[in-house]
Design a protein around this ligand. Structure first.
Ligand code: PBG
Length: 320
């Protein structure tokens, strides 16, 4: 008889043959930063996650640093929106202020900015609208202005999430032309038009006012197209390739891992977080174990980096 159970006898032997493990080094923690003062608002559908104004952010950053989480991913929520999202390239905008604040007070924390427009446009879409759709090529110059403004504020890495064609090429060129040739890009390379972003859109106030994002984000049914998307980002110069969401797209994560020799990231999105939190609150699942098992599955699928709202919780467990 083939006896596979021999190596499962006790925890010590299981530890020795364990193929995958999580480390605090794997995680990026997203932060929602709102323009204004005295804001610390819990997001109803994301228990434990809040929107902060800068004057209220230090406690959160102290915690992230103490837990030795290497990086944060910033989302800005501006006080005013317009049809182009012009606040995104305002050097005094909320994102730019946040980058300067964190780099000054927490120089060891690695700061990544989400580069997009949906939180900044009155219509909630990820670029300029022409004929009821986002105009790809009209949006690109604004992406360039946005990243250069983030770079001047001192960001460590930029992460464009808008799914416009030519984004990585545009950003690399803009950064190189302004002397920021050392600033890396993490592409939201394979980003699906997903219902799992629901809670995030409440959190970031970024739901589209009309239509949906299916003309720019990918069809959840497609796998080969994911490889094409990743290939273009790779060739255009992305330093890290990301898959988003994570749990329903573990096959895509593995595809990227097998086909590219760049670090692969995945984004464990708001809806994935909310489902576990809600079921755990009802007592229907063991929230902590389900969290660990899902994060482990992302790592096993091939993710080198996991962006997750669970980062603080999982770091607490791993640091024990
Ligand atoms: C776009 C962006 C979104 C998320 C991250 N960046 C939302 C969207 O595409 O509608 C979703 C993240 C999450 O659900 O946790 N700026």
């Amino acid at each position: 008889m083939f006896r596979t159970r021999r190596l499962r006898k006790n925890e010590n032997i299981r530890r020795l043959v364990r193929e995958t493990s999580l480390s605090v080094n794997d995680f990026i923690y997203p932060l929602f930063i709102e323009e204004g003062v005295n804001i610390e608002t819990e997001i109803a559908s994301m228990p434990g996650i809040k929107r902060f104004s800068l004057d209220k952010l230090s406690k959160e950053l102290d915690e992230v640093s103490a837990l030795k989480i290497p990086a944060v991913l910033l989302f800005g929520i501006p006080a005013k929106k317009d049809d182009t999202g012009s606040e995104t390239w305002n050097d005094e905008g909320i994102m730019q202020q946040a980058v300067r604040f964190i780099k000054k007070n927490y120089p060891n924390l690695y700061v990544i900015t989400d580069v997009c427009f949906c939180e900044y446009t009155s219509h909630g879409h990820c670029g300029i609208i022409h004929n009821h759709d986002v105009d790809n090529d009209a949006t690109l110059p604004n992406i360039a202005k946005q990243v250069v403004s983030h770079a001047k504020a001192g960001v460590d890495m930029v992460a464009p999430s808008g799914m416009m064609d030519g984004t990585i090429e545009t950003i690399r060129q803009a950064l190189d032309d302004t002397g920021f040739y050392d600033l890396p890009i993490m592409g939201y390379s394979v980003k699906f038009a997903s219902a799992f972003y629901g809670p995030f859109r409440d959190a970031a106030d970024s739901a589209p006012a009309f239509g949906d994002r299916r003309t720019y984000q990918m069809d959840p049914a497609n796998r080969n197209e994911g490889l094409r998307e990743a290939t273009y980002d790779d060739v255009e110069g992305a330093d890290i390739l990301m898959v988003k969401p994570a749990l329903s797209y573990l096959d895509i994560i593995r595809d990227l891992k097998n086909n590219f020799d760049k670090p692969i990231a995945c984004y464990n999105v708001s809806g994935e977080y909310a489902m576990i939190k809600a079921a755990a609150e009802k007592g229907w699942i063991d929230g902590e174990r389900v969290m660990m098992e899902s994060l482990l599955s992302m790592k096993r699928a091939g993710a080198d980096i996991i962006i997750t709202y669970f980062a603080k919780e999982v770091a607490k467990l791993l640091n024990k």
